[in-house]
Design a protein around this ligand. Sequence first.
Ligand SMILES: Cc1cc2nc3c(=O)[nH]c(=O)nc-3n(C[C@H](O)[C@H](O)[C@H](O)COP(=O)(O)OP(=O)(O)OC[C@H]3O[C@@H](n4cnc5c(N)ncnc54)[C@H](O)[C@@H]3O)c2cc1C
Length: 408
Amino acid sequence: MSSLKDKTNRQVTIIGGSIAGLTTGLALLKHGWDVQIYEATHGELEHRGAGIITHDALFDALKKLDVTSKDQIGVPIRTRKAFDKHGSIVRTIELEQIATSWGRLYQLLRNQFPTERYHSQKVLTHLEQSNESVSVQFADGSTIQSCMLVAADGIRSTVRQLLEPEAQPEYAGYVAWRGLINEHELSAYERKELFPYFTFCLPDGEQVLSYPIAGEQHQLSEGYRRCNVVWYRPAAKESTLQDLLTDIDGNNNGESIAPNKVKATTIAHMRQDAKKLLSPQHTALIGKLRQPFIQPIYDLTTACMAHGRIALLGDAAFTARPHLGVGITKAAEDSLCLANALNSYTSIVEALKHFDKQRQSKNRTWVNQSRELGAYLQAQLLSETERQHAMIHRTTEAVMCETAGLLK
Ligand SMILES: Cc1cc2nc3c(=O)[nH]c(=O)nc-3n(C[C@H](O)[C@H](O)[C@H](O)COP(=O)(O)OP(=O)(O)OC[C@H]3O[C@@H](n4cnc5c(N)ncnc54)[C@H](O)[C@@H]3O)c2cc1C
């Protein structure tokens, strides 16, 4: 058997150049692999996404990738506050965390990864593997061959659909309305009483939250940061969801909608509902969102993260609802585990089997825990037992402690 110590057996193709692709690229480069990343999108992705709550486990992983120190990443938050419909504070808890933007994390990873190894506008369409290698074909007709392939191509992963078509994202029954407000657009009251905190308002079967994040150019200084707002709302699959996903041109792909294509009437209805349901403070934030966008929430699990010489990781393998705030930590841990496994075995196939064994259980637990936290937000009816179980995570105390709280 040829050894993995031999450089000619160490070429790896990574499909997807977002968080999981970059953390894997960096981890494998560190171990001497010849890495090439292929990303479908044209240009930089850093303006994608919105707020991200971090965990110590993420900082541990970033440290191992030599990415950055903790204080460069985001905005520290010390306190969480919940408001009722009338604007009174009903609960306060202390929990120190750092909030940042998806773009800030992407930028830190991207700056660390060699440009000549990152190829944009490369959409994988087809793949084949033999005992020796994996060949892939891109939409532009080009092909490449390498010893192994990593699928970091997200929740709608083409690679996963080719290998494990039965693993499909399952709509959770609710959507997240998301948006950002520049710090200087907040009133003096909002800057003092809301902006520095992780805030909540919990109308029946819904959940809105806000927290401060880095600015558009990743600034962390006062006056230049942004307020991140998320509002989880039930949306029945066959009715409300279809209306929300129908864009300004009348198109609907049934799965997602581009941020700049949400209909003005849809946004106006959402803002009207805020007045009826939310605290005056959160209603005002919702009114100030520049370009509110919609993300339907999905669960995804796969039976296996290892398929011969192909590894699935990040959201391509397991997608957890956002309530634990674990997606990026999960991607980074998958990447490090894969690199360690490849370093410890002489066979890629055996290393990938070990990687799958190591990561399956934790990833599955996170998906299940996130599903439990969000169950009370679902549009579909729950059985009495499910409803009772969901209600454990519905109290103000539970939502405040468990949402992106300390990971077990
Ligand atoms: C409302 C919400 C809030 C969230 N909050 C948090 C939080 O607080 N903390 C946290 O850690 N996580 C959070 N997440 C989750 C986090 O954003 C994701 O887990 C993370 O971005 C997934 O990274 P990824 O690289 O696996 O996938 P993605 O970011 O989806 O990247 C996949 C990449 O693959 C590319 N691609 C797709 N198909 C192909 C192809 N055929 N060929 C080539 N390239 C392809 C795509 O263009 C994309 O760039 C949240 C998610 C949501 C929806």
